[in-house]
Design a protein around this ligand. Structure first.
Ligand SMILES: Cc1cc2nc3c(=O)[nH]c(=O)nc-3n(C[C@H](O)[C@H](O)[C@H](O)COP(=O)(O)OP(=O)(O)OC[C@H]3O[C@@H](n4cnc5c(N)ncnc54)[C@H](O)[C@@H]3O)c2cc1C
Length: 445
């Protein structure tokens, strides 16, 4: 094996974009696989952000099947996939690696919920009666623990930048163009391998309950790089009170007696289902939405549907490789391990499993050295989050709330606006946002 190329300021062997659970675990695995590699982890925000480290529950559940539960886990996960796509080899990877990835979290001393005898408490997750999920609290502390781990391994953490383009040469992804969030000079970073851990599409909606700090750019970035995406229409949506976003499970609403069994089934999962009989209740509520998107039921505060997380993304193989050489993906921007519905706690598991796998595989691929050329010339660019970007995002989010919910009427006007914006909008951020939204609508043609 040739020794890794010495690092340069704007170059590294492994570049990880996004510092949620997936990106942190990927950077950790890459550096641990070969400590000589220069690994850079790009994180737009210094403080805990995204759904991993800043979600409003301040807690996360993780599916943690024991070895003897692996078959049941796989069977349940695959049964939930329709009408989305889930690949058995990716679901198997989740089951196989679960004990090790839970071990990582225990090793970081995260605060798990425990029984009086000290053993981990086990809970059923959404869509599953089996008590296989464990829960940890304290996301800021989890963020600190992950950050300390990657830093102690020698990962370079680059705060304040967002990826705006995945750079390609000869069909390979070979780096990323990064925009500074606060008006500094932007830069291009070359890398032997790039891992996208960019989070999901929920930031594309005005009504959303994802963690703050997400960009919503992931699908657009990955698609523009040529990666094949799956399940991009299958977001999880939760019904919540419009006033304070307090979760309301539709199964607890007063339904006629003949719908009692559907209501009981609906109570076993928080997100709306795409292809289960109890989705009839969600369709009924959706049909009662007013022009403002709110459902007003007698004796209840107005309800609305809120975007929570995506179940799709760049289709990966069991090592986190996308369809484009040099480009890996993990976490909420990767797809193929969940279908349209996923088991509660399945995303944290997949972020860790495919973060670790992508990091190790990227390290192996990158140790052949860096792409041989220097980075392209730098040009000052307009700072991200300009007033025009903010106003564009507001319009896009309003449109997604009207036309991007399951069963919402297709709007030719909105789609045409997005298509035009994806080509001609004023900034790259706006073009990528429009492209991401089209992918969620399934309206790219
Ligand atoms: C309230 C809530 C509760 C949840 N509970 C559970 C649960 O109990 N169990 C479960 O399995 N799942 C749960 N989920 C889903 C789960 O938390 C997320 O899907 C998962 O944490 C995503 O991890 P990630 O690393 O892929 O993305 P994130 O944690 O969202 O991280 C993405 C990172 O990428 C950064 N980023 C974005 N764009 C760019 C860019 N262009 N360039 C560089 N960086 C970028 C973001 O700033 C962020 O740091 C929950 C979600 C929410 C909102």
């Amino acid at each position: 094996m040739p020794p890794p190329t010495p690092s340069a300021r704007n170059a590294c062997q492994v570049l990880v974009l996004g510092a949620g659970l997936a990106g942190m675990r990927a950077a950790w695995a890459a550096k641990e696989s070969d400590p000589r590699l220069d690994v850079i982890l790009v994180s737009p925000h210094k403080a805990p952000s995204g759904s991993s480290f800043a979600n409003r529950n301040n807690a996360l559940g993780i599916q943690a099947p024991l070895p003897h539960e692996a078959e049941a886990f796989m069977e349940e996960a695959l049964r939930l996939a329709h009408p989305g796509t889930a690949l058995p080899e990716l679901v198997r990877a989740l089951a196989e690696d679960a004990p090790q990835r839970l071990g990582d979290l225990l090793d970081l001393n995260l605060t798990f919920r425990r029984e009086p005898d000290g053993s981990l408490s086990r809970f059923p997750g959404c869509f599953s009666p089996a008590p296989r999920a464990v829960v940890f609290d304290g996301l800021a502390a989890a963020h600190s623990a992950f950050l300390a781990r990657v830093r102690s391994l020698g990962v370079r953490v680059l705060h304040g930048y967002e990826a705006m383009e995945l750079l390609k040469r000869g069909g390979h992804v070979c780096g990323a163009r990064l925009a500074a969030l606060r008006g500094e000079r932007s830069m291009d970073l070359s890398a032997g391998a790039v891992i996208a851990a960019l989070g999901g599409p929920a930031p594309l909606f005005a009504r959303r309950i994802c963690g703050p700090g997400g960009s919503g750019l992931a699908y657009g970035l990955l698609h523009r790089a040529g990666a094949r995406l799956v399940n991009t229409r299958h977001l999880q949506f939760f019904w919540s009170r419009a006033r304070d976003r307090a979760f309301v499970n539709p199964g607890t609403l007063p339904w006629p007696d003949e719908l009692a069994s559907l209501a009981a089934a609906r109570r076993t999962h928080c997100p709306l289902a795409f292809d289960l009989p109890d989705a009839a209740l969600d369709r009924d509520l959706l049909s009662r939405r007013g022009a403002d998107g709110l459902v007003r039921l007698p004796g209840h505060e107005p309800l609305a549907l809120f975007a929570h997380a995506g179940n799709g993304g760049a289709l990966i193989d069991a090592h986190g490789r996308t369809s484009i050489p040099g480009l890996f993906a993990c976490g909420e921007c990767a797809g193929g391990m969940h279908g349209a519905q996923r088991l509660g706690g399945g995303m944290v598991l997949s972020a860790l499993v495919f973060g670790a796998r992508a990091g190790a595989a990227a390290a192996q691929e990158a140790c052949g050295g860096l792409p041989s050329t220097s980075t392209p010339a730098q040009e000052p660019r307009a700072p991200a989050n300009s007033a025009s970007d903010a106003s564009f995002l507001r319009s896009l989010r309003r449109g997604m709330d009207r036309h991007g919910l399951p069963g919402a009427p297709h709007s030719q006007g909105f789609t045409a606006w997005l298509k035009d914006a994806s080509q001609r909008a004023a900034s790259e951020r706006q073009r990528l946002l429009a492209l991401s939204a089209l992918l969620v609508l399934g309206d790219l043609s």
